[in-house]
Unconditional design. Structure first.
Length: 133
């Protein structure tokens, strides 16, 4: 593929030097809203090789211990080799999120594969209690 960006003029190239890439990290007090909040990650990726084993990870740490850990295997998408594919990953943040809790979202390139990522976007949405009908 000649074009290594989906939009704009730049994209991130992930390879063996980028095992943990495109990390978004904030503490609880820096996130907007309160109560039930969804953390969303969307991006496009381009892979020329076989199936990807990279993961999108969201983790919440409290007092240096994992409070919450969620992953999604990018390879489980209907990946079209040589074309830009879109990923959307959303997870509910803990409803008792504390100001000093550390929230991270990143791509874990666990098998150190080569692929490009573009339009990486993190957002926080307020929502209703998902456990009430």
């Amino acid at each position: 593929t000649e074009n290594f960006n989906y939009s704009g003029t730049k994209s991130a190239i992930l390879d063996s030097s980028a095992i943990y890439a495109l990390t978004f990290q904030r503490n609880g007090r820096e996130l907007p809203g309160s109560g039930y909040r969804w953390m969303n990650c969307t991006f496009r990726f381009l892979s020329e090789g076989g199936p990807l084993s990279a993961l999108v990870v969201m983790e919440v740490n409290r007092n240096k211990e994992k409070l919450s850990y969620s992953t999604y295997n990018i390879g489980e998408f209907d990946v079209q080799s040589g074309k830009w594919n879109k990923v959307t990953f959303s997870r509910l943040l803990p409803d008792d999120l504390q100001p000093d809790d550390e929230i991270k979202m990143y791509i874990w390139n666990k098998d150190q594969q080569n692929f490009c990522v573009d339009d990486f976007c993190i957002s926080i949405d307020n929502g209703d209690d998902p456990y009430v009908e």
